[in-house]
Design a protein around this ligand. Sequence first.
Ligand code: EPZ
Length: 426
Amino acid sequence: MDRIRIRGGRPLKGSVPISGAKNAALPLMAAALLSEGELSLRRVPRLADIATMAALLGQHGVQVLPEAPPSAGPLGQTLRLNAANILSTRAPYDIVRKMRASVLVLGPLLARMGRAEVSLPGGCAIGTRPVDLHIAGLAKLGASIELVDGYIRASAPGGLKGAVVRLPKVSVGATENLLMAASLAKGTTVLENAAREPEIADLAHCLVAMGARIDGIGSDLMTIEGVPTLRGADYSVMPDRIECGTYAVAAAITGGELLLDGARAELMESTIGALVEAGAEVASEPAGLRVRGRLRPRPGDITTAPYPGFATDMQAQMMALAAVAEGASVLTETIFENRFMHVPELLRLGADIRVSGAAALVRGVDHLVGAPVMATDLRASVSLVLAGLVARGETIVNRIYHLDRGYERLEAKLVACGADIERFSA
Ligand code: EPZ
C-alpha cells in the first residue's frame, strides 16, 4: 500500500504546471458516445479516474487510443476516442461503484442508442450522492426509466424529445447528462437552473465543436436545438481550477511563492477572494497565476455554494489553511452532507476544530505537529498533504489511492518547488 511521507516547514518556491481538469475530462470522454466520428481530447490528465472512464467506455465498445508515442510532457495526454461501434449499453456495478462519474454515460447512451442500463452508483465517503435529478430530467425528455436490481434501465426507442426541464436543485452531473442527451433529441430543450461550473461550459463548447446547437453556455438557462447526428472533433481540456486552487493554498500555507502555470484566474474568483482575505498576494500573469503567502494566514469565514460561489471541492484545502491562521474561521459546507472527513485527521495533527452540523469552527493554532493520518476521499486527502507541508516534523498520509484519482504527479510537482515529500510502500 503506497503512502506519502512529508517533512514540513519549507516555504514552496517555483512553478507548477496545471493539468487538464479531471471534472471536465470525464464528461468530455463520455461525450464521445454521442458520435460515430473520432473525438480527440488534448491535455487529458493522467489520473486513476481517467483510466476508469476509459475502461468503462472500452466495455461499451469505444476505442480509446492514447497518442503514439505517448508524450511524457507535463500537459497531459491526448486521447483519441472512437464510438463508431457501440457493443453494449450496460454500465456494470463493479465499474460504476468505483467512480460515480460513470453515471455520465447514461445520457449519451440513451440519446445515441435509444437505451441504457447503468448501475446506480451508490454512495461514497462524502454523501449518499443520489441521481434522482438525472433520472427525472431524462424522463422529461421522453425516456421511460425503471430501477431494476440496482440498475437504471432507460429506453427511448423513438428517440428523445426536447422539453423544458427545470432542475429543482443545482446539479453538475445532472446538467451534464441532460446537456449531452438533449444534443441529439428531436426539437428544442431548455435547461432551467442549470449548474454553471466552468467544466459544463467546457463540455458545451466541445459539443458545439461536434455540431451541437447550444445557447446560453455558462449561464443557468441553456437552450439546445437537437440535431440528428454529431461529428467527431479535436478539443483541448480546460485547466483544472481545483488542482490550481490546491497549489495556491500550498503557497499560502507554507508562506512561499508559486507560479501556477496555465491557470485561468477568471475561473477561480471565489477561491482567489478567499486567499486574498487570508492574506495571500495573488497576481495574474501571462503564464498563469502567481500566489505569495504571508508569514501566517489570516482567518476568514467560508460557505460553499454552486459556481460562482465558493467551490465545495476547495473546502478541505481551505480548512487546512484556517487550521494555522491567526484567529478563528467558520467553514460551512452546503453541498454535501458528509464532507468533513478530514476533520478528525487534522485534529491528529494538532488542529483545533469543532464541527456542528454543516459548520466547522476552526481556531487557528500556532503550529501543527506531524503524525500518521488517513486519507478518506480525494479532497480530504490533499488537505492532509497541505497540513503536512506546514506541520513540524513528519506526516505520513495513508490510503493515498484517493489522491491518485484527482492529482497528477502530486509529489513530483511539490518536490520541484522544494517540498520534502516522497511516496513509499509499506
Ligand atoms: C460534481 O459531482 C463533481 N464531480 C464533484 O467533484 C463536485 O464536488 C460536485 O460536482 C459539486 O461541484 C465531477 O464533476 C466528476 P452534483 P456531482 O450533482 O455531479 C445532490 C471531486 O472532488 N444531487 O452537483 O455528483 C448531491 O447529492 C468531486 O472532484 C441530488 O440530490 O455533484 C449533492 O448534494 C467530488 N440528486 C448536490 O446535489 C441528483 O440527482 C450537488 O451534486 C444529483 C445530485
